[in-house]
Design a binder for this molecule. Structure first.
Ligand SMILES: Nc1ncnc2c1ncn2[C@@H]1O[C@H](COP(=O)(O)OP(=O)(O)OP(=O)(O)O)[C@@H](O)[C@H]1O
Length: 256
């Protein structure tokens, strides 16, 4: 398992579903420690790209994490290489406590002997994750009783204890309050650096606040890439979003 942040280098990524090409020859470089936002209209291929990188759908081309090729490997092997993801709905054990959820996630990468030795005490990595996600004082409450935002943070904590070095987060602030969004942005800032983070996001205010670099996908291809300001000023991006019912974003951002 990699102990340092690796970069993600995708070349010629292609995913087809029964002849429909959802991801169509994508090249994407995410530098080690970066926070890359992946945006684009509905159906652009964002989730499918993440599914391909994490082994959930078959893809051709190449996706290197550090030195390791991810394509063609099974989901659990990709996870063991340090690649972790969240989904749009949090996948937690709601009837277990925050601490138990983290313990189980940590256990996935530990031997039974290590688990036995550590029983009773809170292992350092779990304590670190609790602190990082801001749930140290909620460690003994049932995950099911957490606020929506806290559930997402717990999921990120579970990736931290699994020692994920590449985190792929699918719309982490969907449905969150303003305060929760701010806290999530700060959490991403803490998590990146030692780790590489890719965020699929529709929320343009959140993107403007917290993205370092942005890639815009459209119809399975990379439409634009750069800093937030560069992408927002790109006429191609404005056109795609202006022609799209939900797409306030780039048009508003053009003044930036
Ligand atoms: N399992 C599947 N079988 C067939 N088509 C699929 C499958 N998964 C995704 N697609 C299609 O691939 C395209 C890309 O979908 P994807 O979910 O990756 O888009 P997205 O950019 O994540 O969109 P959204 O923002 O709505 O989540 C869509 O047209 C979608 O209908």
């Amino acid at each position: 398992m990699s102990e340092t942040a690796g970069g993600l280098r995708i070349r010629g990524l292609r995913v087809a579903f029964d002849g429909f090409v959802a991801v169509d020859g994508v090249d994407l470089d995410v530098a080690p420690g970066d926070i890359r936002f992946l945006i684009g209209p509905n159906g652009a291929g964002k989730t499918t790209l993440v599914d391909a990188v994490t082994g959930l759908v078959k893809a051709t081309g190449s996706a290197l994490f550090g030195e390791q090729e991810l394509l063609g490997r099974e989901v659990h092997r990709i996870a063991r290489l340090g690649v972790g993801r969240t989904f749009q709905t949090a996948a937690l054990f709601e009837e277990l406590t925050v601490l138990q959820n983290l313990d189980i996630a940590a256990g996935a990468g530990r031997s039974p002997w290590t688990m036995l030795r550590r029983r009773g005490a809170v292992p350092d990595d779990v304590a670190y994750a609790l602190e990082t996600i801001g749930l140290a004082d909620r460690r003994d409450v049932l995950a099911g009783t957490l606020a929506h935002g806290q559930k997402q943070w717990l999921e990120i904590g579970m990736l931290l204890v699994q020692n994920a070095r590449l985190l792929l987060l699918d719309e982490p602030v969907a449905g969150m309050s303003h305060e929760e969004r701010e806290a999530t942005g700060e959490l991403l800032g803490k998590v990146a650096g030692e780790r590489t983070v890719v965020v699929i996001e529709h929320d343009m205010d959140f993107l403007r606040r917290f993205a370092r670099t942005v890639t815009v996908l459209h119809a399975g291809k990379v439409l634009s890439e750069g800093t937030v300001a560069q992408v927002q000023a790109d006429p191609k991006v404005q056109e795609v979003y202006l022609g799209h019912a939900t797409g306030e974003p780039a048009a508003q951002g053009a003044e930036a």
